[in-house]
Design a protein around this ligand. Structure first.
Ligand code: NAP
Length: 354
């Protein structure tokens, strides 16, 4: 009897502790509807992106799910449709590790939609550095997909975002940015990486996300675009798909209590993204770093305007957009290259379901 009572006490205690932790996690309180608003979410077939798509569709938005895998994109769309009949959901092909795919997506999108109310740069991956994986264009995979892919996508869509009143750009970063470093002499990690950290290449790309948002906001000042960068917290999603196979069942078993105590569901993890996309509290705000659905302060490592500017220039060069001219207002918005004519794009990234 005594043992049973102790066991029950432990289980109830753990459950209450979990509930207490959940009560501290941010929750988007906005009830704002999004009828007629066009939202792009990268990586919307899984995890945080999928739950963000579900929420925004339920608010009536037209949600473009920009996914690299059409099949899983459609499966996610159908799953979202089991919980809401509101909004429109559209899957479009986008591989952020392939500059041609990004240009094709942007060209197709701009042809079909005349506005972008919210762009959510959500997609991301976390790959063991020792795999030395590269993007299709030969960039270190985290730098190439998490940063450069979104950098080019945002750049190609920027005119349309600016032309849409009260638009927003939401960048999903991670608190791991704090251990990131932008080493311009080793962006491709060919000279190695910091092996003392769990995945310094991921952290570097998440710091790059923050610098990108800061430099964007600077260039967009007075243009009616809010740029928000966020950390979603520690969330149970598919992000560990490339690292999980390295752990045996015993390690996974040991990890279970940590998961139970500290990890959010994808729906809980999507709250700050949703808040950044819809909240009235952010109306008229040019830039903010947001955690737990609240404006937060960045660590010192991300307060470096010089690096942010240099990263912008280097990224423009790497994605082949360095010919873009500044406007009179000092904003780099003029995408001179026509994607359809200059980049050998085939029109194969289509809108596949509505
Ligand atoms: N989970 C966490 O604890 C956590 C913490 C902090 C920050 N974040 C950030 O949250 C964001 C969402 O991640 P998640 O946790 O929801 O993980 P997830 O379930 O793995 O979702 C990541 C999404 O990104 C997509 N993606 C990966 N590479 C891509 C590419 N080359 N082109 C287009 N899409 C690509 C994935 O598509 P596929 O399914 O086709 O691979 C997937 O849809 C990421 O930016 C991540 O860094 C997550």
């Amino acid at each position: 009897m005594g043992t049973v009572s102790v066991a029950v006490g432990i289980v109830v205690g753990i459950y209450l502790l979990r509930k207490y932790r959940e009560s501290k996690w941010g929750k988007c309180k906005s009830k704002r509807r999004m009828e007629g608003k066009v939202v792009i979410i990268t990586g919307a077939n899984s995890g945080i992106g999928k739950e963000t798509a579900r929420d925004l569709a339920s608010r009536g938005a037209i949600v473009v799910m920009a996914c690299r895998n059409r099949q899983t994109g459609l499966e996610a769309l159908r799953d979202i449709r089991t919980t809401t009949g509101d909004g429109d959901l559209i899957v479009m092909d986008l591989d952020l590790g392939d500059l041609v795919s990004i240009r094709t997506f942007a060209a197709n999108f701009l042809e079909k939609f005349d506005k972008i109310n919210v762009l959510i740069n959500n997609a991301g991956l976390f790959v063991p550095p020792e795999e030395r994986r590269k993007s299709k264009d030969g960039f270190e995979i985290h730098f190439g997909v998490n940063h450069l892919g979104h950098f080019l996508l945002t750049h190609l869509l920027l005119d349309r975002i600016i032309a849409t009143p009260e638009s927003r750009i939401v960048v999903v970063s991670s608190s791991l940015y704090k251990s990131g470093k932008i080493d311009f002499d080793n962006l491709d990690a060919d000279k190695g990486w910091d092996t003392k950290k769990r995945n310094s290449l991921y952290s570097n790309s998440k710091l790059a996300n923050i610098f990108h948002s800061q430099e964007l906001a600077k260039r967009l000042q007075g243009r009616g675009v809010g740029t928000f960068v966020l950390c979603p917290g520690f969330v149970y999603t598919g992000l560990s798909r490339y690292t999980a196979p390295k752990y045996n069942w015993f390690m996974k078993l040991c990890f279970l209590p940590i998961m139970f105590m500290f990890m959010r569901s994808a729906k809980q993890g999507a709250q700050t993204s949703i808040h950044c996309a819809v909240s009235e509290e952010l109306d008229g705000v040019d830039w903010a770093f947001v955690t737990e659905c609240k404006v937060s302060k960045l660590a010192k490592v991300a307060e470096d305007e010089e690096t942010a500017l240099k990263l912008w220039d280097v990224s423009m060069e790497l994605v082949g957009e360095n010919g873009t001219e500044s406007t009179e207002e000092g904003v780099l918005i003029d995408v001179e290259t026509s994607p359809e004519t200059d980049n050998g794009i085939e029109d194969d990234a289509v809108m596949v379901e509505k």
